[in-house]
Design a protein around this ligand. Structure first.
Ligand code: SF4
Ligand code: SF4
Length: 85
């Protein structure tokens, strides 16, 4: 049986981000960075959804939301015919 987990992640409304960098300074895992000097971007693989960045954001453009995380499937255990893979 496939179990789909939901994990909390920070989501940035990038069009309203002012690239101040406050979120970057408070993230304990280095999961958020400013890209191209114009907006924050979250690395979902590192983010644990602690919410520190959202509390710090002066523009209130970070939400902490549950995101679906699908389990990885190894090709060795895949039963699909090779042409469908
Ligand atoms: S929710 Fe926590 S771990 Fe995720 S980006 Fe914000 S501060 Fe970092
Ligand atoms: S704290 Fe908010 S406004 Fe500042 S860079 Fe991070 S997301 Fe953008």
């Amino acid at each position: 049986m496939t179990v789909i987990k939901k994990k909390r992640k920070a989501i940035v409304e990038q069009s309203d981000c002012v690239a101040c960098g406050c979120c970057v300074k408070v993230c304990p895992l280095g999961a958020i960075r400013i890209i191209k000097g114009i907006m924050a971007q979250v690395d979902e693989n590192k983010c644990v959804g602690c919410g520190k960045c959202a509390k710090e954001c002066p523009a209130s453009v970070i939400d902490i939301r549950a995101r679906r995380s699908l389990p990885s499937v190894s090709t060795a255990s895949c039963s699909l015919p090779r042409y469908l893979a």
